[in-house]
Write a protein that binds this ligand. Structure first.
Ligand SMILES: [Mg+2]
Ligand SMILES: [Zn+2]
Length: 163
Protein backbone atom coordinates (compact mmCIF):
# COMPACT_ATOMS: atom_id res chain seq x y z
CA UNK A 1 0.00 0.00 0.00
CA UNK A 2 1.20 3.49 -0.84
CA UNK A 3 0.53 6.73 0.96
CA UNK A 4 -0.55 9.72 -1.06
CA UNK A 5 -1.04 13.45 -0.94
CA UNK A 6 -4.09 14.51 -2.91
CA UNK A 7 -3.94 18.10 -4.04
CA UNK A 8 -6.63 20.37 -5.32
CA UNK A 9 -5.26 22.54 -8.12
CA UNK A 10 -6.60 26.11 -8.09
CA UNK A 11 -5.72 27.89 -4.85
CA UNK A 12 -3.45 25.08 -3.71
CA UNK A 13 -0.86 24.70 -6.50
CA UNK A 14 -1.61 27.73 -8.65
CA UNK A 15 -3.00 31.15 -7.98
CA UNK A 16 -6.77 31.17 -7.40
CA UNK A 17 -8.14 34.09 -9.39
CA UNK A 18 -11.79 33.81 -8.32
CA UNK A 19 -12.83 32.42 -11.68
CA UNK A 20 -11.91 29.52 -13.93
CA UNK A 21 -8.40 29.57 -15.36
CA UNK A 22 -9.47 29.97 -18.97
CA UNK A 23 -6.21 30.99 -20.57
CA UNK A 24 -2.74 29.56 -20.31
CA UNK A 25 -1.42 33.04 -19.44
CA UNK A 26 -3.54 33.12 -16.29
CA UNK A 27 -2.03 29.97 -14.82
CA UNK A 28 0.56 30.96 -12.23
CA UNK A 29 2.11 28.41 -9.92
CA UNK A 30 2.40 29.54 -6.30
CA UNK A 31 5.99 30.11 -5.15
CA UNK A 32 5.65 28.21 -1.91
CA UNK A 33 4.61 24.81 -3.30
CA UNK A 34 7.97 23.35 -4.24
CA UNK A 35 9.43 22.81 -0.79
CA UNK A 36 6.31 21.09 0.51
CA UNK A 37 5.95 18.85 -2.53
CA UNK A 38 9.61 17.84 -2.26
CA UNK A 39 9.21 17.12 1.42
CA UNK A 40 6.23 14.85 0.74
CA UNK A 41 8.07 13.05 -2.07
CA UNK A 42 11.13 12.53 0.07
CA UNK A 43 8.92 10.98 2.75
CA UNK A 44 7.52 8.50 0.24
CA UNK A 45 4.15 10.07 -0.51
CA UNK A 46 2.95 9.91 -4.09
CA UNK A 47 1.36 13.13 -5.36
CA UNK A 48 -2.01 13.21 -7.10
CA UNK A 49 -3.95 16.23 -8.32
CA UNK A 50 -7.76 16.12 -8.22
CA UNK A 51 -9.49 19.10 -9.78
CA UNK A 52 -12.96 20.19 -10.90
CA UNK A 53 -12.79 21.94 -14.26
CA UNK A 54 -16.46 22.62 -14.91
CA UNK A 55 -15.57 25.53 -17.19
CA UNK A 56 -14.94 22.95 -19.90
CA UNK A 57 -18.59 21.81 -19.83
CA UNK A 58 -19.65 25.45 -19.91
CA UNK A 59 -17.52 26.04 -22.99
CA UNK A 60 -15.32 28.62 -21.29
CA UNK A 61 -12.11 26.81 -22.26
CA UNK A 62 -11.18 23.57 -23.95
CA UNK A 63 -9.54 20.28 -23.08
CA UNK A 64 -6.62 21.44 -25.23
CA UNK A 65 -6.06 24.53 -23.08
CA UNK A 66 -6.28 22.37 -19.97
CA UNK A 67 -3.73 19.90 -21.38
CA UNK A 68 -1.38 22.75 -22.22
CA UNK A 69 -1.66 24.08 -18.67
CA UNK A 70 -1.15 20.65 -17.15
CA UNK A 71 1.82 19.84 -19.38
CA UNK A 72 3.39 23.09 -18.27
CA UNK A 73 2.69 22.40 -14.60
CA UNK A 74 4.09 18.88 -14.78
CA UNK A 75 7.24 20.01 -16.54
CA UNK A 76 7.85 22.91 -14.13
CA UNK A 77 7.58 20.47 -11.24
CA UNK A 78 9.63 17.79 -12.99
CA UNK A 79 12.41 20.35 -13.53
CA UNK A 80 12.57 20.63 -9.76
CA UNK A 81 12.57 16.89 -9.22
CA UNK A 82 8.89 16.64 -8.29
CA UNK A 83 6.77 13.97 -9.94
CA UNK A 84 2.97 14.14 -9.99
CA UNK A 85 1.71 10.59 -10.50
CA UNK A 86 -1.52 11.69 -12.18
CA UNK A 87 -3.93 14.56 -12.60
CA UNK A 88 -7.58 13.57 -12.29
CA UNK A 89 -10.01 16.21 -13.50
CA UNK A 90 -13.75 16.49 -13.88
CA UNK A 91 -14.72 18.46 -17.00
CA UNK A 92 -18.44 18.38 -16.19
CA UNK A 93 -20.76 20.90 -14.64
CA UNK A 94 -24.24 20.26 -13.19
CA UNK A 95 -25.80 23.08 -15.21
CA UNK A 96 -24.88 21.12 -18.34
CA UNK A 97 -24.97 17.50 -17.21
CA UNK A 98 -24.61 15.51 -14.02
CA UNK A 99 -21.70 13.23 -13.40
CA UNK A 100 -20.24 11.09 -10.67
CA UNK A 101 -16.75 12.55 -10.67
CA UNK A 102 -17.23 16.20 -9.72
CA UNK A 103 -16.08 16.97 -6.18
CA UNK A 104 -17.52 16.61 -3.54
CA UNK A 105 -18.14 13.28 -5.26
CA UNK A 106 -15.35 10.87 -4.39
CA UNK A 107 -15.03 8.97 -7.68
CA UNK A 108 -11.75 10.58 -8.74
CA UNK A 109 -10.18 9.81 -5.37
CA UNK A 110 -11.55 6.27 -5.46
CA UNK A 111 -10.04 5.71 -8.91
CA UNK A 112 -6.66 6.93 -7.67
CA UNK A 113 -6.85 4.76 -4.56
CA UNK A 114 -7.51 1.65 -6.60
CA UNK A 115 -5.05 2.42 -9.41
CA UNK A 116 -2.15 3.31 -7.10
CA UNK A 117 -3.00 0.95 -4.21
CA UNK A 118 -3.28 3.82 -1.76
CA UNK A 119 -3.99 3.47 1.94
CA UNK A 120 -6.44 6.33 2.61
CA UNK A 121 -5.72 6.39 6.33
CA UNK A 122 -2.09 7.30 5.69
CA UNK A 123 -3.07 9.87 3.06
CA UNK A 124 -4.14 13.51 3.01
CA UNK A 125 -6.18 15.80 0.79
CA UNK A 126 -5.08 19.45 0.73
CA UNK A 127 -7.82 21.69 -0.58
CA UNK A 128 -9.17 25.21 -0.29
CA UNK A 129 -12.86 24.31 -0.46
CA UNK A 130 -14.96 22.18 1.81
CA UNK A 131 -15.84 19.94 -1.16
CA UNK A 132 -12.16 18.98 -1.43
CA UNK A 133 -12.18 17.82 2.15
CA UNK A 134 -15.54 16.06 1.78
CA UNK A 135 -14.52 14.02 -1.26
CA UNK A 136 -11.44 12.73 0.55
CA UNK A 137 -13.09 12.08 3.88
CA UNK A 138 -15.86 10.12 2.15
CA UNK A 139 -13.25 7.45 1.47
CA UNK A 140 -11.20 7.83 4.64
CA UNK A 141 -8.54 10.31 3.44
CA UNK A 142 -7.55 12.94 6.02
CA UNK A 143 -8.54 16.47 4.99
CA UNK A 144 -6.52 19.64 5.34
CA UNK A 145 -8.58 22.74 4.59
CA UNK A 146 -6.54 25.82 3.75
CA UNK A 147 -7.38 29.32 2.58
CA UNK A 148 -7.05 29.92 -1.18
CA UNK A 149 -3.41 30.59 -2.05
CA UNK A 150 -2.32 29.93 1.55
CA UNK A 151 1.20 28.66 2.08
CA UNK A 152 0.57 25.08 3.20
CA UNK A 153 4.21 24.18 3.88
CA UNK A 154 3.67 24.23 7.68
CA UNK A 155 1.02 21.51 7.26
CA UNK A 156 3.41 19.45 5.17
CA UNK A 157 6.08 19.79 7.85
CA UNK A 158 3.60 18.79 10.52
CA UNK A 159 2.49 15.71 8.59
CA UNK A 160 6.03 14.63 7.83
CA UNK A 161 7.22 15.13 11.39
CA UNK A 162 4.47 12.87 12.74
CA UNK A 163 5.90 9.85 10.97
MG1 LIG B 1 -9.39 25.14 -5.26
ZN1 LIG C 1 -17.40 14.87 -13.76
Amino acid sequence: MQKAIFLDRDGVLNHEVGDYIKRFEDFILLDHIYEGLKLFSNRGYILIVVTNQGGIAKGEYTHETLFKIHDYMLSELRNRGIIISEIFYCPHHPIVSHCLCRKPGSLMVEKAISKYQIDPKQSYFIGDKQRDIDCGEAVGVNGILIESNENWLPYAQQICLQV
